[in-house]
Design a protein around this ligand. Sequence first.
Ligand SMILES: NC(=O)c1ccc[n+]([C@@H]2O[C@H](COP(=O)([O-])OP(=O)(O)OC[C@H]3O[C@@H](n4cnc5c(N)ncnc54)[C@H](O)[C@@H]3O)[C@@H](O)[C@H]2O)c1
Length: 369
Amino acid sequence: MAKAVSTDSLAISKKEDYKGKKFRIAFIGCGGIAQTHAGALANMPDVEIVAGVDIQQYRLDNWQEKWGKQPVFTDWKKMLKEVKPDAVSVCTPNGIHSQPAIDALNAGAHVIVEKPMAMYPSECEKMIAAAKKNNKKLTIGFQYRYHPTTQMLKRAADEGQFGDLMFCRCQALRRRGIPNWGVFGQKKLQGGGPMIDIGVHCIEMAHYVMGRPKPVAAVGNTWTFHGNKPSNVVSQWPNWDHKTYTVEDMAIGHIRFDNGAILHIEASFVAHIPNDIWNFQLMGTKGGCNWDPAEIYRDVAGTMVNSKAGYMPDGDWKLLFGTKLRNFIDACTKGTPQEAPGEDGLTIQKILDGVYRSADAGGKEVSIK
Ligand SMILES: NC(=O)c1ccc[n+]([C@@H]2O[C@H](COP(=O)([O-])OP(=O)(O)OC[C@H]3O[C@@H](n4cnc5c(N)ncnc54)[C@H](O)[C@@H]3O)[C@@H](O)[C@H]2O)c1
């Protein structure tokens, strides 16, 4: 079982860790999340951003303006050939994760790919095979498993504080939060809506804390009722492209694992609830927990006790990007364990795929192989 990682600070490794050379990372996709990656890497003296690839010229201009006059490309194959980076960060829409990742691995680069790993498990399997064939690292950008609360709950689960885990409830619910940039509403490029886009975060951190059980069956339902209509409510991200909106607004899933545990997931861009919810709760035979607020529930000396941490490191979103990139870079340069390997990405993809397959089958249970 993977040991919990420390997120107390961003451990910056020394320059000489990679045989005295800087670790050279290129980006495929230079949009919103690539900027967050690059911002975190800018704090790492042993790393150099060496190229950017995007199909939109304004993104490339902006990239050079912010991160230096490095070569930029519109074709990732050309970049891989000319730049020969040590690693590639794939930050394109979900449907353009697998091919650049496979090409980068075949070109001899390590790969970190943003979440979700891809759109379908079959793509993930090909990515893992390419990493194995080329003996390169393949990491998934699951930053929430590095969050101090997730780490605390994982240590508690590993210690047996909850006993046998029976049930997990995950919620990734926005009252009104349809992305109004990129292609998040286009099923053919994203694979789905809130389930694959934000549900994935809560599922991956809960599944990690649960000890990564094997999913065997799924039940799912999806609804589209708002995103395909013009924006008519004041909200954080108005005026999304409703004409190209083909994904769900809400999805509910129910996953069965081979150890008998059940995970229930609720994900929505449009949930009529008072406030957004980003949480998971676990219920075991001896205890339970909640992610936000971070609490552990146990019976102690004949009393039901709710415990909170006396000290918790900063779980800021941008710090977590630094921690996930550091874990990836150290795995590449020092051979330290990868906290979010491709195999975990594949398992989570099978869960997402199971929910969508069941929804397509009218909510009937489907098996997960
Ligand atoms: N880890 C997280 O918390 C997190 C947060 C946001 C997004 N993401 C993930 O990051 C990915 C990108 O999301 P984003 O918000 O940055 O989207 P974005 O639309 O801002 O950026 C995507 C970029 O990819 C470029 N692109 C599209 N096709 C390309 C191609 N063939 N070659 C090169 N570039 C191409 C686009 O032009 C765009 O600049 C998605 O998979 C998303 O799920 C992760």
